[in-house]
Every structure is written in structure tokens, then in C-alpha cells.
Design a protein around this ligand. Structure first.
Ligand code: NAD
Length: 571
């Protein structure tokens, strides 16, 4: 049978952007064969019949119109091709001379959908909801009892609930300087934990009803691919036309750690089973320092050991220095450039050898990074490539090497951030819906919700130097901000990294309370291609911390000059 391009409306000479089958492939009726892309939409041409592809007649880059022959198909049931007319299928042979290869039966499916989403974290549920809103039938698969993934259940949200408690405790203590003293706080750790859980519960419960409203079928259990079009979830087979892998990541642990409940990953640490007298945090990255902030406020004596010579290695040194100064005064020790040699458990506690000595702690948090879950989903059965580290590589439309399978979020690459995952999830759903969209965000902000917070976006000073990019740095110290002074927190700074000639904003960094909220303005500035003048001529409310963003832009622009000299750096 000749399979031809069906009626595709008024389109002529439309380019073939993908060929989804090869000679020798068995296809089921309606399986996509090729993808065409007009200036308005991408469309897949489905197989009119089940059968075996004997010869391809088109390749990527060819231009086709209605009636063009796509391929020759040895049809199993002798169906005539729909559309394109001109089906000249040979008469079905009653008895083939040679025994034909057994046609692979279309895989059985208990749930059949257009889009299966594997993983219900922020990326996964955003993808599922967007796809459903676009009118596609969707299954959302997750092994957790509740939706929301790591972020909602054991990550971003519970940590922010605890960080709020930490902030209020620290503020109450600091108010002494302003003439108000409270008694020593009494912490009921069980009540703190159940308050945190109630915050999580409100969000995860909300997700269940959002899924229901959209008729997204939630399939609970661990999902693994069994073919390019099926995922096995317990006893249930989910069959799909398109799949979005949103399987996330898990905490990386150090090798050879004793199996002891006093050695925690971030999930355990968020449980706050108790407030240890002495806590060691291994890894001075975002997770380690956020949890250190919580335990310090609750009363633990905290020590941090970091392998590199800087805390939060992705952020610029001058921003980190401000945080370091504050926590050095509060924590027991901060060891930089220090490697942990061994960890042993005894009745006395957890003994850790590092640097020149060894210390015993009541609990140890290991926060040395996260590992993508690409190797745990049977990706090979679907033909999806996974790197040695467990990432799944994708193109600008979030497609993997298998064109109808997409990957988003932590499993699709760094940075492992929920807001990157949600952006990618919506994008993948739109691509599946045939929209001509791709990744084109200019910057992804990062925020460490420590005390003070550190936030940055776009180009960092470190990256600009490494890449030999010409830049100018303008830094506004919060000691000159009325609002920061009146809040008793004037240690912060806001800096902007701009192109020397045009003053176009290339990046920004903020350290100080609420830096995570303040950075959003600079993300928008970079996204919109704004220059420093655009930001400085925007009227900011007075007195607010947001003025520091405007003042840093004024420094870049040259409209104020007397606060801090501009730092220039040329190639
Ligand atoms: P990270 O990579 O940010 O930090 C891990 C730190 O551990 C690094 O500084 C690293 O040098 C150090 N380290 C590694 N091995 C070590 C060793 N043997 N001894 C001592 N130090 C060692 O990882 P993380 O803090 O675990 O966070 C994981 C991911 O989750 C990151 O991608 C992070 O961006 C993301 N995350 C983001 C947020 C947020 O946006 N607020 C919060 C939590 C996690």
C-alpha cells in the first residue's frame, strides 16, 4: 500500500521535520509516521492501517503536499489509506508464500491517553494540567500517595514553612536592639511539624481537585516503560501517543555511610524529629544552608563542611560573603575547602573525620547535591537515551531522541529548579498540541532562602569573567536604603551587571532579606531586553527594598555616582 499525505487543508509544499518510522518497523493503525510543520502548526500523519513499513519515500527536509507518497506499507488488514486518495493497495494475499514476520500486536493498555506524564512534581502536574486545558486526554503517573513530588511534599514548600518559623524566631531575638525583648522561645517541635504538614496538605489537596476538574486520570504507583508507547504502573498498563518524562531527582549520598537514622538527607531533616544539640551539615550548597538556617534558629549548634572554597558555589563571592559573615557569628564552625574522610556511628553520636580533626555530632545532614532519576524508569525499553549521570537530553522543544517522548525538569538537566520545570512542562504540552513554540527564556533565577537570602539571575560576575565578556558592575549597598535600615537589616546589597556601552542588563544579584522576591524585577528586565535606564526611570515605591534595584540601575546608568564606584571589567 502507498501511504500518502492526506488532506492538510490549504497547505502546499510543507516541510517534513521528522520521520518517525524506518523501513522494517511494524506500525499500528493511527501510529504517527511523519511530522509536517507549516508556519501555523505541526501535524503528524498517522498510519491508515497496521502493517510493516517496507520502504520510505520521504526524508527530513523534503517538502510535500496532499497526495505525495510517504512510504510503502505492507498492510496487515488491507485497509485503504484514509485521505490523499489513490490507495492502490495490492489485493490481500490469502496465503503468503513465505511466512510473514508476526506483526507485533498493538500493546494492551488499561488506560489509553494522548499524553502520559510520568511524575507529578511541579513540572509534571503543570504539563498534565496544560495538556488537559488544551483538550488532550491525560494520565498523570506518580509513585507518591499525594501529588506534588519532592517540591510540595519534601522540598520547597515544607522548607519554606520551617524557614518562616526560623525568620520569626530570629526577628524576635533581633528586636532586642530596638528596645523590645521577649522571653526565651518555647518550641513545641511536634506542633511545628504538624503546622508544616498542614501547609503541605493544603497545596497537595488542591492539586487533587485541580486534576479532577480537568479529568486528568491519576495513576498511582511506580511507572516504568515497557515499550515506546506503554508504561507499566503496578498491574495497570498506560498506553500513550505522547509521553512527558518528569521523573525528577533524588538526594545524592556519600559512599560508605553507616546505616543510621541520625544521618539524614534533606527529606529526613525536614521531618525535624528533634532539635539536635550539635548538627553537622555536609555540603554548603542551597539545601545544606537552608536547613542550617532552620536548625540554627530552633537552637542547634551548627557546623558546615564544604568541599569547595566558597559556600553556594554558583553565586558570586561578594553576595555570599554577606551571608557568610552573619552565619559565621551564629554557627559553631564553617569549614571551607574541606573534605569529609569518614563517618562512623556509635552510641555517643556520629563521628566525622574531616580536615585535620574529628568531631562527634548528634545528627548529620548530607546535602551534597541531587541525582536525576533517568536510570530508574526503564527508559531503554522506550528507546530513550539516558546519560551516565542519569539525565535525559532534550532539544529546544523538550523532545528526547524519541520524537513522541519529552523530558522536563530535573531529569532533563541543570539547573534543578522547580520554576524551570514548570516552564518546561507547559512548553512540552504546547509542543504536543502542535504549537510552534520552543524554549527561549533568557534567564532562570536562583534563590537561596537563607538568612539573609541570596538571589541571582542572568549572567553572574564569575561567569562574565570566565567567558571574557565585557561588563560593568554597579552595586548599591543597603546601608544607604532607608527601608533596610529601618528593618535593622542593612547588610544587604543589590548589584547589576550591565553591558558597558549600552547599559543593557545582563545579570543581577541581591543579598538581603526578601532578595528572592526582589530578583523578579531583574528577571523581567533581562527577559524584556531592558537597559539600566528602563529600570531607573521606573517609579519604585518609597520606602521599599525594591528601590535598591532602581538605585543599582541608576548607578549603572550614571544618574547617581556618589554611593559606590562602578567596577568595570574589559576582556
Ligand atoms: P548543591 O549542588 O547546590 O550543593 C551541594 C554542595 O555540596 C556543593 O557546594 C558541593 O561543593 C558540596 N559537596 C559535594 N560533595 C561534598 C563532600 N563530599 N563534602 C562536602 N561538601 C560537598 O546541591 P544541594 O544543596 O544538595 O541542592 C540540590 C539541588 O536542588 C540543586 O540543584 C539546588 O539548586 C536545588 N535546590 C534549590 C533550592 C532553591 O531553589 N531554593 C532549594 C533546594 C534545592
Amino acid at each position: 500500500m502507498e501511504v500518502k499525505v492526506p488532506d492538510i487543508g490549504d497547505f502546499q509544499d510543507v516541510p517534513v521535520i521528522e520521520v518517525l518510522v524506518s523501513a522494517g518497523d511494524e506500525v499500528a493503525e493511527e501510529d504517527p509516521l511523519i511530522t509536517l510543520e507549516s508556519d501555523k502548526a505541526t501535524m503528524e500523519v498517522p498510519s491508515p492501517s497496521a502493517g510493516k513499513v517496507t520502504e520510505l519515500k520521504v526524508s527530513v527536509g523534503d517538502r510535500v503536499s496532499e497526495g505525495a507518497v510517504i512510504l510503502l506499507l505492507d498492510s496487515v488488514d488491507g485497509h485503504k489509506p484514509s485521505g490523499g486518495g489513490g490507495a492502490e493497495a495490492p489485493p490481500k494475499q490469502e496465503e503468503p508464500e513465505a511466512p510473514a514476520e508476526p506483526a507485533e500486536p498493538a500493546p494492551h493498555a488499561d488506560v489509553s491517553v494522548q499524553v502520559a506524564v510520568l511524575g507529578a512534581g511541579p513540572g509534571g502536574y503543570t504539563a498534565a494540567f496544560r495538556a488537559a486545558d488544551l483538550g488532550l486526554s491525560v494520565a498523570l503517573i506518580d509513585r507518591g500517595e499525594v501529588l506534588g513530588g519532592v517540591c510540595l511534599n519534601v522540598g520547597c514548600i515544607p522548607s519554606k514553612a520551617l524557614l518562616h518559623v526560623a525568620r520569626v524566631l530570629a526577628e524576635a531575638e533581633e528586636l532586642e536592639e530596638s528596645g523590645v525583648s521577649f522571653g526565651k522561645p518555647e518550641v513545641d517541635i511536634d506542633k511545628v511539624r504538624s503546622w508544616k504538614e498542614s501547609v503541605v496538605g493544603k497545596l497537595t489537596g488542591g492539586l487533587e481537585s485541580l486534576a479532577k476538574q480537568r479529568k486528568v486520570q491519576v495513576v498511582r504507583g511506580t511507572g516504568e516503560f515497557t515499550s515506546p508507547n506503554t508504561i507499566q504502573v503496578g498491574d495497570t498498563v498506560v498506553g500513550f501517543e505522547h509521553c512527558i518524562i518528569a521523573a525528577g531527582s533524588e538526594a545524592a549520598m556519600l559512599p560508605d555511610l553507616p546505616d543510621d537514622e541520625r544521618i539524614m538527607d534533606s527529606t529526613d531533616a525536614l521531618e525535624i524529629t528533634d532539635v539536635p544539640e550539635r548538627l553537622l551539615v555536609i555540603g554548603g550548597g542551597i539545601i545544606g544552608l537552608e536547613m542550617a538556617t532552620v536548625y540554627d534558629a530552633l537552637g542547634s549548634k551548627v557546623t558546615v563542611v564544604e568541599l569547595l572554597d566558597q559556600l553556594i558555589p554558583g553565586a558570586d563571592k561578594d553576595l555570599v560573603r554577606v551571608l557568610e559573615k552573619r552565619i559565621k557569628a551564629r554557627y559553631e564552625h564553617i569549614h571551607l575547602g574541606t573534605k569529609v574522610e569518614s563517618v562512623t556511628a556509635s552510641d555517643d553520636g556520629i563521628t566525622v573525620k574531616y580536615g585535620d580533626g574529628e568531631e562527634t555530632f548528634d545528627r548529620v545532614l548530607v546535602a551534597v547535591g541531587r541525582r536525576p532519576n533517568g536510570k530508574a524508569i526503564g527508559a531503554g525499553k522506550a528507546g530513550v537515551n539516558v546519560t551516565d549521570r542519569g539525565f535525559i537530553e532534550v532539544d529546544e522543544q523538550m523532545r528526547t531522541n524519541v520524537p513522541h517522548i519529552y523530558a522536563i525538569g530535573d531529569v532533563a538537566g541543570e539547573p534543578m529548579l522547580a520554576h524551570k520545570a514548570t516552564h518546561e512542562g507547559a512548553l512540552a504540552a504546547e509542543v504536543i498540541n502542535g504549537e510552534n513554540v520552543s524554549w527561549d527564556a533568557r534567564s532562570i533565577p536562583s534563590v537561596a532562602y537563607t538568612d539573609p537570602e541570596i538571589a541571582w539571575t542572568g549572567l553572574t560576575e564569575t561567569q562574565a569573567k570566565e567567558q571574557g565578556i565585557e561588563f560593568e558592575i554597579s552595586t548599591f549597598p543597603w546601608a544607604a536604603s532607608g527601608r533596610a535600615l529601618s528593618m535593622g537589616r542593612s547588610e544587604g546589597m543589590t548589584k547589576v551587571i550591565a553591558e558597558p556601552e549600552t547599559h543593557r542588563i545582563l545579570g543581577a544579584g541581591i543579598v538581603g532579606i526578601n532578595a528572592g522576591e526582589l530578583i523578579a524585577e531583574m528577571v523581567l528586565a533581562i527577559e524584556a531586553g531592558a537597559d539600566a535606564e528602563d529600570v531607573s526611570l521606573t517609579i519604585h515605591p518609597h520606602p521599599t527594598l525594591s528601590e535598591t534595584v532602581a538605585f543599582s540601575a541608576e548607578l549603572a546608568n550614571g544618574t547617581i555616582t556618589d554611593i559606590m564606584p562602578k567596577r568595570a571589567r574589559t576582556k
